[in-house]
Write a protein that binds this ligand. Structure first.
Ligand SMILES: Cc1ncc(COP(=O)(O)O)c(C=O)c1O
Length: 434
């Protein structure tokens, strides 16, 4: 049944069936959860050798005692390994990569805090100083739907978020360039360039080039906040590749305006991984100096464990292929369910990601909150509607993020059966109320 072609009688019949099914789900009293964008136990198990790999080793190849303070910006071997994920060449990685902490989000938090209060570079200008002299609030462009924690980070610092559209291959660059040219108080743009959270899209080459060039047209101290959380997280070998923003920014002379972030949270252990940043030499120097106020050094033994375990880009690719084997069936379960029940009904559209951690589902306008509430009633927890937009405000109330990696496959299948029924129920109810 296509929702826009159904007769009133068909809609009434459908409503009765869907409500009956919904009540059966409620009676089954299930408790399922599609909110958690985190690795499953089987994925974490892949990295258990990390726990034994160092044996009695205490020093790295350069002879540094990894148990002691020092190497605030990371051990050389880790800079080389993680710099390569962010496209920084071997000759540059020692000066243009920072490795530290156990999370990229905390490095993003530090970066924004430094940029706002101090200036990223050691003698840089803080956004708040510009704010005081211009009288304009600092703003950051937020391609939406996007990652909720980017938005809460901005909200915490009082930074105004300006939503911009996504096109399926990255942000709408005409819109981005026009905004940036017109307003020097726009100080950055959030980007999840490969397998975006939640849309799964991969920025195309033209978009990457235009983002790399923003530093030339933006006001002072502009930052492309390049959160490449899913850089190596493809579901198959044929997934689209991402052009190197580092290479482009280097050629354009705009490296100061590009901060790249990544972590091993979804490569090894989500709570015990490694975070890293790549940027210009001056930015990394400034960041390291500021970071040094909070720490005398990160866990270098963990960095060495990761180097020994993952070894090189081929090692990372082989390891990530094992992750893909575990989670591909869960993504397929989501796609199969949507294809079987929602395709050709006019009741929703969804992404078919080739990597990353999420599927993005768009209901008909005005129904995301209703679907999430119905699903909760039937024991399926979904990410709150609106969470994928700045300030929790989805203007169309139609986007829902589905995270299938953590539950067992059977639970993903069961949760999707409830979900598609909720989508249909909410849509039919809306249509009948028109
Ligand atoms: C786009 C994006 N960036 C960063 C993170 C968090 O990464 P980390 O564990 O390195 O802080 C996530 C987690 O879901 C994410 O989706």
């Amino acid at each position: 049944m296509h929702i826009d072609q159904a007769t009133p009688a068909e809609l009434e019949n459908a409503l009765a069936e869907l409500e009956q099914q919904h009540h059966q789900f409620i009676d089954q009293n299930v408790q399922l959860d599609l909110t958690r964008g985190k690795p499953s136990t089987a994925q974490l198990d892949l990295s258990n050798p990390l726990n034994q790999i160092l044996g009695d080793s205490t020093h790295d190849d350069e002879g540094t005692d990894l148990r002691n303070y020092g190497l605030l910006d990371g051990i050389p071997a880790a800079k080389k390994l993680f710099g390569a994920i962010l496209g920084v060449t071997d000759s540059d990685c020692q000066n243009r990569v920072f490795v530290g902490g156990n999370s990229s989000l905390s490095l993003m938090h530090y970066s924004l805090w430094f940029a706002y209060h101090l200036g990223i570079q050691a003698n840089g200008t803080a956004w708040q100083n510009e704010e005081q002299s211009s009288g304009s609030t600092t703003k950051i462009l937020c391609p939406s739907p996007g990652y909720d924690r980017h938005f809460s980070l901005c909200a915490q610092l009082g930074i105004e978020m300006v939503p911009v559209a996504l096109t399926g291959h990255g942000p709408d660059m005409d819109q981005v360039e026009a905004l940036v040219k017109a307003d020097a108080s726009i100080k950055g743009i959030w980007c999840v360039p490969r397998f975006s959270n939640p849309t799964g899209e991969v920025y195309n080459e033209e978009t990457v080039s235009r983002l790399a060039a923003l530093g030339k047209i933006a006001g002072d101290n502009f930052l492309v906040l390049w959160d490449n959380a899913y850089a190596v997280h493809s579901l198959s070998e044929s997934a689209p590749v991402l052009a190197s923003i580092d290479e482009k920014a280097k050629a354009l002379g705009t490296l100061d305006s590009v901060l790249q972030f990544g972590s091993t949270s979804k490569i090894t252990f989500a709570g015990a991984g490694i975070g890293y940043i790549a940027s210009s030499e001056a930015n990394i120097k400034g960041f390291t100096k500021h970071f040094g106020m909070a720490s005398i050094g990160s866990d270098k033994l963990n960095q060495m464990r990761h180097v020994r375990f993952l070894q090189d880009q081929a090692g990372i690719a082989a390891h990530m292929a094992k992750h893909a084997t575990i989670i591909a069936s869960k993504f397929a379960a989501v796609a199969d369910s949507l294809e079987a029940h929602i395709a050709n009904t006019g009741m929703g559209e969804w992404s078919n990601p080739e990597g990353g951690y999420f599927v993005s589902f768009d209901t008909k306008p005005g129904l995301a909150k209703a679907v999430v509430a119905l699903a909760a009633e039937a024991g399926v927890k979904l990410t709150p509607a609106g969470a994928t937009f700045p300030n929790g405000n989805d203007p169309l109330d139609n986007n829902i993020r589905i995270a299938p990696t953590y539950p067992e496959l059977a639970d993903v299948e069961n949760a999707m059966a409830v979900f598609v029924n909720c989508v249909k129920l909410a849509t039919v109810k809306q249509k009948l109320a028109e």
